[in-house]
Design a protein around this ligand. Sequence first.
Ligand SMILES: Cc1ncc(COP(=O)(O)O)c(C=O)c1O
Length: 394
Amino acid sequence: MKKIYFDYAATTPVDPRVEKAMLPFFSKKFGNTMSLHSFGQDAKLALEQSRETVADLIGAKANEIIFTSSATESNNLALKGSAFKASTELSRTSMPKSHYAGHIIISSIEHHCVVEAAKWLSRGFEVTKIPVDKYGTVNPKDIEREIRPETILVSIIHGSNEIGTIQNISEIGKICRQKKVCFHTDASQSFGKILIDVKKMNIDLLTASSHKIYGPKGVGLLYVREGIKLVPLLHGGGQENGLRSSTVNVAAIVGFAKACEIYKKGAKSENQRLIRLRDKLIKEILKIKGSRLNGHPKNRLPNNVNVRFDFVEGESLVIHLDLHGVACSTGSACSSATLEPSHVLLATGLRHEEAHGSLRITLGRWTTEKDINYLLNVLPKVVGKIREISPFKN
Ligand SMILES: Cc1ncc(COP(=O)(O)O)c(C=O)c1O
């Protein structure tokens, strides 16, 4: 049976061109970037060239890119690094210490790694969660209203990993810049899918991950605007401008940069292709009785479809589709192993059973029209079959 992958938001296969670019750095060019000899210098050169390529994709300077192990690490560094920096500054001043060392704003639809990092920080920092509307959109005015003199960071996801909704990052960035509050965005799902310009969008900190854009796993980045100060999470040899000690994973970084280069060359036509396939999929799926779209109808990632079906459990749907060779997901990849309904879907106002009946289909570089047609043929039958045995259908 042919297997079709529709879970590109969870992770992507490594592009063969990326794999080829990485190979020499495992054996021939294996040097440590901190070494003074030619092996080290070759590795260092590859690292710095990669930094320039990646920076170029988002309109940043090379020295503003910090390579990390993942988006999870970048998000933790953004949140905890800003919070620790604020608290060290506070301890140096003669300001009377309040109960909290500062205030952090996030949205109610962040990825688990932001939610959990903020939750962990909430023992010393006050955290405000901004609600979203039924499409999963944050109103920038709500953020403006919540910013106070103690606010040290606003962290808002760019494109939702679950429902695909894209936030008005430029407007949020503008508000934060005016209010002199550091602004971080988790762009793990939008980076390499929609064009980003950190300067035009007033972004201070930005997270991205290589394995979401046909690069290897185990490498991510944090863009840190010049002048923004963070306290590192890892202390040691002082690599990555002192912000991320540890021997640099050059092979993975070279792969990440190659993935960025490939995206940049074909960005416009690939985005148009994905949007056409996405919209066809949405239009046809919504012809199934009792189906609804989750997320914003227009303002959504080019590759994201998230739908729900009355009287159907998402888990059941995923398993039945897998039996037909189709790989989809219920919520975000990281939480789909739990039986908890997605906090993102609940934040858009869905009831528990509606959130449980949701299916995420994410497209990518190797998704073809034929794949879409196959899914459109299988899905109504699978939904019908599951509904037949549903105890709730009457
Ligand atoms: C929006 C978002 N943030 C963070 C992450 C975590 O990425 P990583 O696997 O690189 O840690 C993901 C991955 O699912 C994501 O989609």
